[in-house]
Ligand binder design. Structure first.
Ligand SMILES: [Zn+2]
Length: 152
């Protein structure tokens, strides 16, 4: 095996990584830990939709450290607490889509979804117009989430 030293390619690989929206998202940051962070989803399914994201650009759970996995589940539990007790959601969806076949929109950087649900919160507009109706202001939720979750 021969090797060609090509340090100019480093810039290319770095640019590919920095094009990841999760690696660059700061405007919607709610809470940052040692290994992961919570952001508000830019394209929410419901008015309060969080994403729990490892700081490392990784695709699968088995690539993450034990410490990161623990922190991400602790952050998911914090989001659950906020959604149930502050937003007064009647239920919470928590899920992970690993790979495009599983429905991942951004498959190269794994993320846990945690979102508020209410009885009958979907309606005909979602079905006929592929449009979701959001009944709350995401800026207001972002502020409330930052205040509440950063105390925890
Ligand atoms: Zn990334």
């Amino acid at each position: 095996m021969k090797y060609l030293n090509a340090p100019w390619r480093k810039k290319y690989h770095e640019s590919k990584q920095t094009s990841c929206p999760f690696c660059n998202e700061n405007d919607l940051l709610v809470k940052e830990g040692s290994f992961s962070k919570i952001i508000l989803n830019k394209y929410p399914y419901s008015p309060a939709h969080f994403l729990i994201i490892p700081k490392e650009h990784k695709k699968f759970l088995n690539e993450l450290s034990k410490e990161c996995l623990i922190e991400m589940w602790e952050f998911t539990a914090l989001c659950e607490d906020f959604l149930l007790n502050i937003i007064k959601a009647q239920g919470v969806n928590v899920g992970i889509n690993l790979g495009a076949a599983a429905g991942a929109g951004i498959q190269e950087h794994l993320h846990i979804h945690a979102l508020a649900r209410w009885h009958r919160d979907t309606n005909f507009i979602t079905t006929i117009a592929k449009t979701r109706v959001l009944s709350d202001d995401s800026g207001d939720i972002l502020q409330k989430a930052r205040e509440y979750l950063c105390k925890k």
